[in-house]
Structure formats: C-alpha cells, structure tokens
Design a protein around this ligand. Structure first.
Ligand code: UTP
Length: 278
C-alpha cells in the first residue's frame, strides 16, 4: 500500500524554549523565514506524501493559520513587489490537505501518535517530529530514503544516527544486526539510557514509518520513562513480534528543540541561502 499520510505530533509544551513557547508553538519557531513545521511538510511532500495529519494542543492555532489563506494579507500584498514572498507557501498548501486533532493531555509521544489514529485509519504512515530538522543537500530527503526502504521491506522503520556515547540519555537507542549497508534489524530498544546502559550509540531521531498495527500496540503500552507513553516501548513490542528496521540516513539532522541545535540550524541554512535573503 502506498504511503500518503504524514503525522506531525506537535502538541508538546516546548519547555526548553520558554518563555517564547508560552503563547507560541515551538513548531512555529522560524529558521530564517520559514517555521520549523513548514520544513517538515516540505520534506513529506518531497517524499510523495499529500495528507498532513497534525496533532495539536492548546495554544497551537498558529499552525492551522499558517497552512491556510490569510485573505487580509492576500489583499494587501496583491500586485506589490512583495507578493513573491508568498509563492513558496502558496504552492505548498496547494499540494496537500491538512487535517488536525488535539491531544488533550500531553502524555508523551506514543500517546500523541495514538491520537492520530482517527486521522490515519488502517494504513501505513510516516511520522515527522518537526523540531528535528533534517537536511540532505543531495536532494533526497530523509523521509524519501525511508519510503524507498519501506517499499522493499513493508515494515515499521525508524531513522537513526550515530551519537557520542555520553549523549545516549537524550534519545531512544537501538541494538540490531546490520542486514544491508546502514539498515539494521532491531533486536532491542531503550528510551533515554544512561551511557553505561545504552546498547549502542545508534540513536533514534524524529522520523518514523509505522504500520497501522502500532495503534493497538500503543494502546496496550504502559507509561514508561518519565511516566509518559513511549513510542520506543511500543516499537520494542513490535520488534519482538515481527520486524522493525532502523535506517542510518544520509544527511544532517539538527535538534531544533534545543537552543544549541536551533542556532546551529539557523547558521547552517543562512550560510547556504545567504544570497536569497539579501
Ligand atoms: P519533545 O519532548 O522534544 O517536545 O517531544 P516537548 O515536550 O514539546 O519539548 P520540551 O522537552 O518540553 O522542550 C518530541 C515531539 O513530540 C511532540 C512534541 O510536540 C515534539 O514534536 N509531543 C511530545 C507531543 O505531541 N505530545 C506529547 O505529549 C509529547
């Protein structure tokens, strides 16, 4: 079955960015002139997906407004020298449909994904965490690389990257057997392990392809680390019963949920696109 839907869990509080996230969604933080979530939607469209299913929460309405028409602005800007500044977002909106549901209580990423069941139905789907900004200058985005792999193996896939061992406590970490270059069959997964307990230095980042049986599995998953429903725990159950792959992607990933990663991403994209913004 072709993958056409991409889920964006975007209900989190973004506490690492307080106070800016008090009244503004973290996913709307700009990298140059575009909000983080727009980069995510662009990556999904590049991978051939056309339905964006966004999990929102209180205070996140700016996301819906961003992927809509602002008639007042359209009226003001029409025919002016600035009209071209809307070209990119207009074109993006015309290529996809946006659906939304709210996560009422922020009970973790696993719970946020579970809330997407109503928007996804019973089909395989992609997940993008917009605060993980991924860039592949060769043009083949991370989600595209994962969809190619899905077409071959037809199972759930997580994107992974190597991290310094002392940073494993920030990520879900996998253990697995490499079955082809950069592709691992997952045998173990641990959420945010201390370096001494980490099974490897292969860390899961915010890109997933999930088969729809994940919803039943999450529903049976008990709260884990920090009392939250962890997608890592649900995927571990899935790996024990069937197959979950981990894909070491090509490209760069910036953790824009942290101030360091956000500044790094901004500087990186500014160096690449400087001429466009003068
Ligand atoms: P994070 O833990 O990075 O986001 O969750 P956060 O909780 O918003 O940020 P901090 O740690 O307080 O600064 C990863 C992703 O999962 C979503 C977040 O919006 C983010 O995109 N998420 C997390 C939810 O949608 N719901 C949750 O209950 C938890």
């Amino acid at each position: 079955m072709k993958i056409s839907k991409c889920l964006f869990p975007a209900a989190g509080y973004g506490t690492r960015f307080l106070p800016v996230t008090k009244a503004m969604p973290k996913e709307m933080l700009p990298i140059l002139t575009k909000p983080l979530i727009q980069y995510g939607v662009e990556e999904a469209v590049e991978a051939g997906l056309d339905t964006m299913a966004i999990i929102t929460g209180r205070g996140k309405r700016a996301i819906e407004d961003h992927f809509d028409i602002s008639y007042e602005l359209e009226h003001q800007i029409k025919g002016s020298s600035k009209e071209h500044l809307l070209d990119e977002i207009r074109s993006l909106i015309s290529k996809c449909t946006f659906t939304y549901t709210r996560q009422i209580e922020m009970k973790g990423l696993g719970d946020a994904i579970f809330k997407g069941k109503v928007l996804i139905g019973r089909e395989p789907f992609a997940v993008i965490l917009a605060d993980d900004l991924c860039i592949n200058e060769d043009g083949n985005g991370v989600l595209s690389q994962m969809i190619t792999l899905y077409q071959k193996y037809k199972c759930s896939i997580v994107a992974i990257m190597e991290v310094p061992k002392e940073e494993t406590y920030k990520y879900g970490v996998i253990e697995g057997k490499e079955i082809e270059d950069g592709v691992y069959m997952v045998s173990n997964m641990v959420e945010k392990p201390e370096p001494s307990e980490a099974p490897s230095n292969l860390a899961i980042i915010g890109r997933y392809i999930l088969t729809p049986d994940i919803f039943d599995i999450i529903n049976k998953t008990k709260p884990g680390k920090n009392g939250e429903i962890q997608i890592t725990d649900a995927l571990m159950s899935m790996a024990q019963k069937g197959m979950v792959l981990a894909c070491r992607f090509k490209g760069k990933r910036f953790d824009c949920g942290s101030v360091d990663g956000y500044v790094e991403a901004t500087n990186h994209l500014y160096a690449l696109e400087k001429d466009k913004h003068i």
